[in-house]
Design a protein around this ligand. Structure first.
Ligand SMILES: Nc1nc2c(ncn2[C@@H]2O[C@H](COP(=O)(O)OP(=O)(O)OP(=O)(O)O)[C@@H](O)[C@H]2O)c(=O)[nH]1
Ligand SMILES: [Mg+2]
Length: 199
């Protein structure tokens, strides 16, 4: 892709039909959802990306949600992605559900440390129940985060403890160092676009 210029971006946004898709990050508290969004906001092209918004508690937990938008200019239309990262705090399920309403895809961010395997499982089951209750068949990709920490579980082991079905892809990454985050995100966006085109 060639580097976009401001005038190209304006043309794309104001003259071509706009399709909008919502990408949701879900996962247990402190799994790395906000860190992943921070990394993406630094690595995506600034002309294609909005400012990042974070709504956090003083302890740096997400209170309601974080938000970032970016768009992809295509030949005949522009696709605008809204990314929202939910809060992982257990007691805030109601806000999580509200923030995730209308998701076109969910990136489940798991913490690969073995001592929080139960929390991952609980959060993944909660996501499954939410999607079932709302009749959403959205694509899910799992990012087994914190692979930089020694003793982290391999993505295959994360898949096993989540009891994720075989069609859900699981990839390792480190949001803190940015390792493989963009690759996981690209795969996620690809799956969402395939589902969108198929509808
Ligand atoms: N070592 C390591 N630490 C990470 C990684 N990703 C996030 N962290 C750390 O984990 C802590 C929590 O990260 P956040 O991104 O705030 O987690 P979150 O999922 O947004 O948490 P909530 O908003 O509470 O749901 C922070 O101290 C991060 O620096 C990673 O890949 N490796
Ligand atoms: Mg957060």
């Amino acid at each position: 892709m060639t580097t976009p210029e401001m005038t190209d971006v304006e043309d794309d946004l104001f003259t071509k039909p706009l399709k909008q898709l919502k990408l949701v990050f879900w996962g247990p508290g402190a799994s790395g959802k906000t860190t992943t969004l921070r990394h993406l906001s630094k690595s995506l092209h600034p002309l294609l990306c909005s400012n990042r918004i974070e709504i956090s508690t003083s302890e740096d937990h997400t209170l309601l949600s974080d938000y970032l938008a970016f768009h992809i200019p295509l030949h005949t239309s522009t696709i605008l992605f809204h990314i929202v990262a939910t809060t992982g705090q257990r007691r805030l399920l109601a806000t999580r559900e509200l923030v995730a309403t209308g998701a076109d895809g969910v990136l489940f961010i798991a913490d690969s440390q073995p001592d929080v395997a139960g929390e991952n499982r609980r959060s993944f089951e909660e996501l499954g129940a939410y999607l079932e209750a709302t009749n959403q068949s959205t694509p899910i990709v799992i990012m087994a985060n914190k692979q930089d920490l020694s003793g982290s579980l391999h993505p295959t082991a994360v898949r096993q403890h989540l009891n994720a079905s075989p069609e859900i892809p699981v990839f390792g990454a480190s949001a803190l160092y940015g390792t493989d985050v963009k690759q996981v995100f690209q795969r996620f966006v690809r799956d969402v676009l395939i589902q969108f085109v198929a509808l």
